[in-house]
Write a new protein. Sequence first.
Length: 311
Amino acid sequence: MGKVSFRENFGKYLIMLNFLDFLYGKLPNQGLFWRSIRYGVRIFTNIYANYFIPVCCKNVNVDSNTIIVSLTSFPARINDVWITIASLLNQDYQNMKVVLWLSRVQFPTMAILPKKLLALQSKGLTIHLVEDDMKPHKKYLYSMQMYPQNSIVTVDDDIIYPPKLISQLVLTSLQHKGCVICTKAVTVSKEKYLCWHSCISPDRRLKMIMPIGVGGVLYPPKTFNYSYLFDTDTIKQTCLYGDDLWLNFMCRLNGTEIVKTTYCPGLITIFASQKASLCKVNDNENRNDAQIESISVWAKNKFGIDFYVCK
């Protein structure tokens, strides 16, 4: 008898999880009795998802060669994120899994998600709802914990990605084992963030560059000291809106090198999604400079170093 794959085993439990989520959305939210029932269903769902499923699936064969493509979204973009995901499901690299992480703070149940997005589940998309809202950090926090043996590729939710993106990231990763791989990067300097220059040195192992998440970034297993990377309290205090900054500092803290690919993809922006742009907010409010300073203050207290450390 062959091994049962993670997808096959997890799928059985996912049916129950989807039913519980559907039930929660249908129950009335008026009156003490029905609110108590809804609360009980939510508690049971959380226990089922966080304890029962992991125990039942822990010994299932997981293909560590599968690339996990991970992203997140929020209400202002949820109607258009299906376009990004469709482009990811149309990649020429086949051994990959696309995972979308959403916060229950914004999306209490799957039932309120757009039909076009839900339809992509039959094409290979996996959608997870999590309790906390870690803003853009959701795109890596949960995938790296759920798939610790896999390479994780993070992408943004407002781009139509070319079919060769994942294969080019993987190809460069094979040539530079243990390195973080990106298609777009800037050179880290002590100038204001808006003065940082684009990196023009492809196919070189560097430490003082920062991947720009919009172009797709591949993180191999064991890239970070995960006890620090997953410190959500510190993230909230220092850089809740700066996932690129946090990941970049964690790379240097761990001495991990970064390589920019020779492949320079043309990225097509989804126009409707630009009404709400985290990048514009971070730039216009100089938020990135403030977040870099906050990371430095924390790091000096913790390690005696600042954001610009280069091990």
